[in-house]
Design a protein around this ligand. Structure first.
Ligand code: DOR
Length: 440
């Protein structure tokens, strides 16, 4: 008797081919993949006509717990995740209090163990004086440095402090690469302390140069010390050009759907909903980011799921907060792009499943292979659904993609061999596990 049998699925193989057949799960692992499996299971899913994918790993989310739970918490964020086919997430440290020591890390792990529907891992946030914790706090997927300020008060942009962090230790360093000095100077000169009527000014203040300067700086530090570096949410053509064919082997980078599917033209209809850091860019950047994914300059996709309440978003610029929800829409967006011919099934798995596992050294995840963890999502590629704010699982209660018609919505999501999302309904009591991090 198996734990779970998924029958008659279009099973996505790691190489992008499809096998029509059955997948049996036992003790949280994939036990068998065959065209027809005999035997029975505690639960069987008839997957006829649907595509079975490895669960997505979202390596950059903000779930706001502790300190911002009116917007999201580990429970609501993880439910949004599994509703969108995301079975594991890596969460950022800019909550209140910030995750900058073992005590806060332990608190989050204990909390997630009780409330998270998906598997979880956490970054440890860099400050001016927590070097010891940065290297010792465990388990952590990596160190997060805000080189430019964003939501919260984490910031390290002093060269001496950056040198100390990059030179001491071996852990992956993930950077929010925007140059704080330039942000401040341009905020001063373009706003002069006033509010501004057009949220599009945000993309002018934090211009492409703002990102490029910080990305160059992080690259120089990584090269100087041979330090493992991950560049978060790369957003500009300039950064892709800088890295194309010249990316050091210890460097990886990511892009988020917001920079692939939104651009500065969207301020007109969506206003502060699309305000984020780094900002959405002029449309000519988008094809370069796609090209960066295709040629391997960009390794993986994250969402930077950053829920804020619409009542806060309604404030005038610059009081309106930066960030938008996205954990539950990344897979349908990418599968819709795949259906439109913009990428392949192999690439979706590389960018969203086994690629993030490789980047962060997470063993045994991101592929439908025997012995791998049974984290799966079963999606419907034949029907389309128009997203509405009312339909989202994030506590923030809205999506920048409301009104878009997308395909590839999950019908079932499985975490550790147990169904956690079943046709629009979260099954209570199914919980994820803490992720393990090894080396790349
Ligand atoms: O727009 C953003 N919002 N970018 C970030 O880096 C942080 C995030 C948040 O936490 O709101």
């Amino acid at each position: 008797m198996y734990q779970l049998l998924v029958r008659n699925a279009q099973i996505a193989r790691t190489d992008g081919s499809i096998l029509e057949g059955d997948v049996a799960c036992e003790s949280g692992r994939i036990e068998k993949i065959e065209s027809q499996i005999t035997g029975s299971a505690l639960e069987e899913i008839d997957a006829a006509g649907r595509l079975l994918l490895p669960g997505v790993i979202d390596p950059q989310v903000h779930f706001r717990e502790p300190g911002g739970t009116e917007k999201e918490d580990l429970g609501s964020g993880s439910r949004a995740a599994v509703s969108g086919g995301v079975t594991s997430f890596l969460e950022m440290p800019n909550c209140r209090p910030a995750t900058i020591d073992q005590e806060q890390l332990d608190w989050k792990i204990a909390r997630a163990s009780k409330t998270s529907a998906a598997n979880f891992g956490f970054f440890i946030g860099a400050t001016a004086d927590n070097l010891e914790a940065l290297n010792s706090a465990s388990p952590a997927c990596g160190i997060k440095i805000f080189m430019g300020a964003s939501t919260g008060d984490l910031l390290v942009d002093d060269q001496h402090q950056l040198d100390r962090i990059f030179s001491d230790g071996e852990r992956l360093i993930a950077v929010h690469a925007e140059d704080e000095t330039r942000i401040r100077a341009r905020t001063q000169s373009l706003l002069q302390g006033e509010v501004h009527p057009d949220y599009a000014i945000h993309s002018t203040i934090r211009d492409p140069q703002t990102a490029l300067i910080a990305t160059e700086r992080a690259l120089a530090l990584s090269e100087k010390y041979g330090r493992r570096l991950h560049i978060l949410h790369m957003s500009t053509a300039e950064e892709v050009h800088r890295l194309r064919g010249r990316k050091p082997s210890q460097v990886t980078c990511e892009v988020i759907p917001n920079h692939l599917f939104l651009d500065t033209r969207d301020y007109q209809s969506l206003g502060s909903r699309v305000q984020m850091n780094p900002p959405i860019r002029d449309p000519e950047n988008t094809p370069e980011l796609w090209a960066g994914l295709h040629d391997g300059t960009i390794d993986i996709i994250a969402t930077d799921h950053a829920p804020h309440l619409l009542e806060d978003k309604a404030k005038p610029y610059p009081q309106s907060p930066s960030g938008m929800p996205g954990v539950e829409t990344s897979l349908p967006l990418m599968l819709s792009a795949m259906k439109a011919g913009q990428c392949s099934l192999e690439q979706v798995q590389k960018w969203m499943c086994w690629g993030p596992a490789k980047t962060y050294g997470i063993p045994n995840k991101g592929m439908i292979e025997i012995g791998y963890d049974a984290d799966l999502t079963l999606v419907d590629m034949d029907s389309e659904r128009t997203l509405r704010d009312e339909d989202v699982f994030t506590r923030a209660g809205w999506s920048p993609y409301a009104g878009r018609s997308l395909t590839g919505w999950p019908a079932f999501t499985v975490v550790g061999g147990r169904v956690v999302f079943d046709n629009g309904v979260i099954r209570e009591g199914v919980l994820g596990q803490p992720l393990v991090f090894g080396s790349r």
